[in-house]
Design a protein around this ligand. Structure first.
Ligand SMILES: O=C[C@H](O)[C@H](O)COP(=O)(O)O
Ligand SMILES: C=C(OP(=O)(O)O)C(=O)O
Ligand SMILES: [Mn+2]
Length: 463
């Protein structure tokens, strides 16, 4: 590595850092880091650049971002079946959103690396026993014993291995014919044939007509059966992300090769902190989670650090305000960014500001509240004349019961049926599709899609 890159890569070490595991053995950490440094990259700089270009389109309203996946991936569930169901659900959502937005949808998983979690509290108490909190499979084990909860750096190697095998499967599924539009469309027909989802029939029928029209017009479905699917996770564990950062042989720039897209969480987004310092040095597109306490000055400081040159597609703000706060807080923040002038992609995370506890003691969220935040996100952008660039949700392809509501009503009692998440509640497969259908209806009437549809009409006239 060039000396100037090696220096740039170490600057985070002089900054305050939060949410790191308290490893008992520093030497074991150094051994793991040395091992990781010698391993091949998980993603390639060219793919990362391609994603940045697509995100630049999203910042202008010419593409729409869909990010979905678990709050916390686990090693045990990084299996072919679980991954396939998740990819399937994301592709199903993507088709519906492509139709609703009349735009290409950038498909991204909170997958193949989402193994580390920031926590509100360092310790957890159960029945009078206090132990370190679970921080994701990359750090410690969920089981509530002293040994299990002790952070073990060797888990970083397992994180690398699991990320690699997951990515391999993602590439196989999304390039090997599994993403064929006709197949994904058939899956969606299965969803809307259920009477519980009757209200989506009309939109599903419209999509069906569009697919038939494409077939009649001679669309080359086989040629379209491979899609670009990107990996993303929270860049939380400094030693891991730094060890995975490499110099690109083509350009000499640094890339964090642990995923295509990395984001900084709400708890670690201090503009002077280590997480921002590390990601300021890499060329990947990066995101920052923005909660309701964010000040306009914070955004300016984050843009100064993470996108000083105003490269389109480089920086995404993922807002997670809560349905009760977004209407008050978001307009001022949008205005501050507009006045700054450097481009960002605005993405809505309607999950993290809407977490609550059920009467039965489960950490949960309400489908209706999630949708209320989504609606306001799009309303605020319509009112401000800015671009709502995408959606970021915690979801799974399984029929879990973690979020309340949806047409197949999950109530407090039903949460116990299949509550499997290790940290935050996820939309199940059906709820994810419901969200996609409702969002597509919303997008159809939104200025961001209308502008696109009129541009498409122009193209057709030329045709
Ligand atoms: O996923 C986000 C955070 O890690 C999570 O919401 C923190 O949850 P906690 O408040 O239970 O620690
Ligand atoms: C930790 C997360 O979110 P936030 O940083 O917005 O709380 C998350 O996305 O799981
Ligand atoms: Mn979460």
């Amino acid at each position: 590595m060039r000396p100037e890159n090696a220096h740039a890569l170490s600057t985070w070490r002089d900054c305050p850092v939060s949410q790191q595991p308290a490893y008992p053995d520093a030497e074991a950490v150094a051994d793991v880091v040395a091992d990781l440094r010698d391993r091949p990259p998980l993603v390639f700089a060219g793919e990362v650049d391609q994603l940045r270009t697509k995100l630049a389109e999203a910042s202008r309203g010419d593409a729409f971002v869909l990010t979905g996946g678990d709050c916390a991936e686990t090693f045990a569930e990084s299996t072919a079946v679980r991954l396939r169901l998740k990819i399937q659900a994301i592709l199903q959502m993507a088709i519906v959103l492509t139709y609703g937005s009349s735009m290409p949808v950038i498909k991204m998983g909170r997958m193949a690396g989402q193994y580390a979690k920031p926590r509100s509290s360092d310790m957890e108490t159960i029945d009078g026993v206090t132990l370190p909190s679970y921080r994701g499979d990359a750090v410690n084990e969920f089981t509530f014993t002293n040994t299990a909860r002790e952070p073990d750096p060797r888990r970083l190697i397992e994180m690398y291995t699991r990320s690699g095998t997951s990515l391999n499967l993602i590439r196989a599924f999304t390039r090997g014919g599994y993403a064929d539009l006709r197949l994904v469309h058939q899956w969606n027909k299965g969803f809307t044939s259920n009477p519980a989802y009757k209200r989506y029939e009309e939109l599903a029928a419209e999509i069906d007509r569009a697919v038939r029209f494409m077939a009649a017009a001679g669309a080359q479905f086989d040629a379209m059966s491979s899609v670009d699917f990107y990996s993303s996770h929270e860049a939380l564990l400094m030693e891991y992300e730094a060890a995975m950062t490499r110099e690109d042989s083509r350009t000499g720039c640094l890339y964090d090769t642990s995923a295509h897209f990395l984001w900084i969480g709400e708890r670690t987004r201090d503009p002077e902190g280590a997480h921002v310092a590390l990601l300021s040095q890499v060329a990947n597109p990066v995101g920052v989670k923005i909660g309701p306490s964010t000040r306009e000055d914070d955004l300016k400081a984050l843009i100064d650090r993470l996108n000083p040159d105003g490269i389109a597609g480089r920086l995404t703000f993922i807002t997670r305000m809560g349905a009760d706060r977004i209407g008050d807080v978001l307009p001022g923040l949008i205005d501050a960014v507009r006045r700054d002038g450097r481009p960002v992609v605005w993405v809505c995370d309607p999950m993290h500001g809407n977490t609550t506890t059920s009467a039965t003691g489960y950490k949960t969220r309400d489908f209706a509240t999630i949708m209320r935040e989504v609606h306001q996100f799009f309303d605020v952008h319509a009112a401000e004349g800015t671009v709502p660039g995408g959606i970021h949700v915690e979801m799974t392809g399984d029929d879990v019961t973690e979020v309340r509501g949806g047409a197949d009503t999950i109530d407090d009692e039903r949460l116990a049926e299949r509550y499997e998440t290790r940290v935050d509640p996820r939309l199940n497969h059906q709820q994810s599709l419901e969200l996609a259908f409702q969002l597509a209806e919303l997008l159809q009437a939104h200025p961001v899609a209308e502008r696109h549809r009129s541009a498409m009409t122009e193209d057709l006239r030329v045709f």
